[in-house]
Write a protein that binds this ligand. Structure first.
Ligand code: IPD
Ligand code: CA
Ligand code: CA
Length: 266
């Protein structure tokens, strides 16, 4: 039987320690490389942070598996057992250009069920965290359950990429929603944008392509607060693949799906 309190305690200790190392890198020269395209950045700090977690997890919990963005963990074809899904720095472009607006994101799953979610905004020292059935918190503050708001009073997180011609969605689909909502925001870190839905700073977050490490921690927190997460077609997430994403307050999720996304048929 997994002692989840023990796992949670270590995960929080390690995420804070990793945050301290990342902060120290602000005064060092970092190495920046591109991955899939010139704007898909990775630094030596992303890699070192992922390796730090892998070392700690392997040492303390040798039976646990790790799925990490930078590929130093295990190659997983299924989610059986205990699996840590880690994005060592979510918002690397912000980390490189702004030295803020990035986070460490960790989701810990048991046989595919989210048990612990952690998102650490290193610069603001804000740790968003949840354990299944134990509520969600921002640092020591419990977060209230999410309730419905009207589209007209909603602020949604949405990257402008999706409202100009792009490869993933007919950009005209999202235009009426952008017109009707109170406002749109784009922060450049999916994990933080999900954390912002959890705290009510955003009412919904929409994007067209996220990987498991971008949302694995966040959806545990959202689930705990009664928020809703599906693909833009209203389907459950594939935890081992890429997904379009609609994460929202309850009620608002249904309204966006039905009135703006034609129940996912587009
Ligand atoms: C990216 C950020 C970004 C989102 C991208 C992600 P990374 O993660 O979360 O906000 O729009 O889809 O890949 O590469 O900085 O870890
Ligand atoms: Ca990411
Ligand atoms: Ca990353």
């Amino acid at each position: 039987m997994t002692n989840w309190n023990e796992v949670d305690t270590y995960a929080k200790e390690w995420i804070k320690e990793a945050g301290e190392s990342i902060k120290k890198s602000f005064v060092q020269k970092i190495t920046v490389e591109s991955k899939s395209n010139p704007n898909d950045l990775v630094t030596d700090i992303d890699k070192a942070t992922e390796k730090f977690f892998i070392h700690k997890i392997n040492e303390r919990f040798p039976t646990h598996q790790i799925l990490g963005e930078e590929g130093f963990g295990n190659e997983l074809e299924e989610l059986s057992g205990t699996v840590w899904i880690i994005d060592p720095i979510d918002g690397t472009m912000n980390f490189v250009h702004q030295q803020r607006n990035f986070a460490i994101s960790i989701g810990i799953y048991e046989d595919g069920v989210g048990m612990i979610g952690l998102i650490y905004d290193v610069v603001h020292d804000e740790l968003y965290h949840a354990m299944k059935d134990k509520g969600a918190y921002l640092n020591d503050q419990p977060l209230p359950k999410l309730t419905n708001v009207k589209v007209e009073e909603a602020i949604i997180g949405l990257n402008t990429t999706w409202v100009v011609p792009n490869r993933r969605i007919d950009h005209s689909i999202l235009t009426p929603l952008v017109r009707d909502v109170r406002g749109t925001r784009s922060y450049g870190s999916a994990a933080l944008e999900i954390a912002f839905v959890a705290t009510g700073r955003l009412d919904a977050y929409i994007t067209l392509r996220l990987s498991p490490w971008d949302f694995a921690g966040g959806i545990v927190i959202i689930e705990e607060l009664g928020g809703v997460y599906t693909t833009l077609n209203g389907k459950p997430f594939n935890l081992l693949g890429q997904n379009s994403v609609l994460i929202s307050r309850p009620g608002l999720h249904e309204r966006i799906l039905k009135d703006y996304l034609n129940n996912g048929i587009w």
